[in-house]
Design a protein around this ligand. Structure first.
Ligand SMILES: NS(=O)(=O)c1c(F)c(F)c(S(=O)(=O)CCO)c(N[C@H]2CCc3ccccc32)c1F
Ligand SMILES: [Zn+2]
Length: 263
């Protein structure tokens, strides 16, 4: 489709010209405000299967011009939702070296340094991501808020290769590792709401699960992610840094945010 960016004439306020859903309802991300929350005792802890990948498996780490993404094998899935949701890819949103706040979801207006999304599709009903991406029950995304703090060895498993994908469409193979280690300790404490892709085409097709607890990466790890990548091609004379790749919080309207925990 048309090129879209996070700033400038193709920025988020213009997305709806080519992607009408971006101007529609049920959009993501949102600001998760305390007054919106409703405790739901029926929310089950997230249960994941086959996230612990062997180093003998190869994962594709790529720069798609909008984010850094890792393709995931289809044996990885979420087993605690009404349908099986099979993993497709994970990617990140971040700020910049000058502005270490780049999460998409915010909590009571607090923006975190970055955010990870593990994208899954409903494989009970749809054969692949492309068939699921525009269906109301098509996708389930796990969101992890990221703060700058302690060094995170799990992130190093892919960050150490990031200089191999500096430019758009570059890809490298990296050894598999335990993707569970990228998630917070508690998978039973989370926010849950109905929303959308946070990039064009912004389909309202995502069951969002944002974990209550953040994870940390070191300042150097954050800078590696926030300063290594470009959305331009390798040979281009004027490289375009890939950073600040987050959409602003959207209108919640009459949506309720469910929470799996009481204070
Ligand atoms: N924040 S988010 O979770 O809404 C989200 C993104 F923010 C994002 F950047 C991407 S992308 O594929 O890296 C680039 C634009 O699609 C996807 N990719 C999804 C959307 C469409 C598609 C098709 C096949 C595989 C993955 C995706 C995404 F679901
Ligand atoms: Zn995302």
């Amino acid at each position: 489709g048309a090129t879209w960016t996070y700033n400038g004439p193709e920025g988020e306020h213009h997305w709806s010209k080519h992607y009408p859903y971006c101007g529609g309802a049920f959009q993501s991300p949102i600001d998760i405000k305390s007054e919106l929350l409703r405790f739901d005792p029926t929310l089950r802890p997230i249960e994941i299967q086959n996230y612990n990948l062997s180093p003998n498996e190869q994962l594709t780490l790529g720069n798609n011009g909008h984010s850094v993404q890792i393709s995931l094998p289809s044996k990885m899935h979420i087993s605690s939702l009404p349908h099986r949701y099979t993993a497709a890819q994970l990617h990140f949103h971040w700020g910049s070296s000058g502005r270490p706040s780049g999460s998409e979801h915010t909590v009571n207006s607090k923006q975190y340094a970055a955010e990870m999304h593990v994208v899954h599709f409903n494989s009970d009903k749809y054969p692949n991501m492309s068939m699921a991406v525009d269906k109301s029950d098509g996708l389930a995304v796990l969101g992890v808020l990221i703060e700058v703090g302690e060094f995170n060895p799990a992130f190093e498993q892919f960050l150490r290769f990031i200089n191999g994908i500096k430019y758009i469409d570059q890809r490298v193979q990296v050894p598999g590792f335990n993707i569970r280690a990228l998630l917070p300790a508690r998978l039973d404490e989370f926010y849950r709401y109905d929303g959308s892709l946070t990039t064009p085409p912004c389909y309202p097709s995502v069951l969002w699960t944002i974990f209550r607890n953040h994870v940390t990466i070191s300042r150097k790890q954050f800078l590696d992610m926030a300063t290594a990548l470009y959305s331009s091609h390798a040979q281009e004379s004027s490289p375009v840094p890939l950073n600040e790749n987050f959409r602003k919080p959207q209108l919640v309207d009459s949506r309720v945010v469910l929470v799996s925990f009481k204070e």
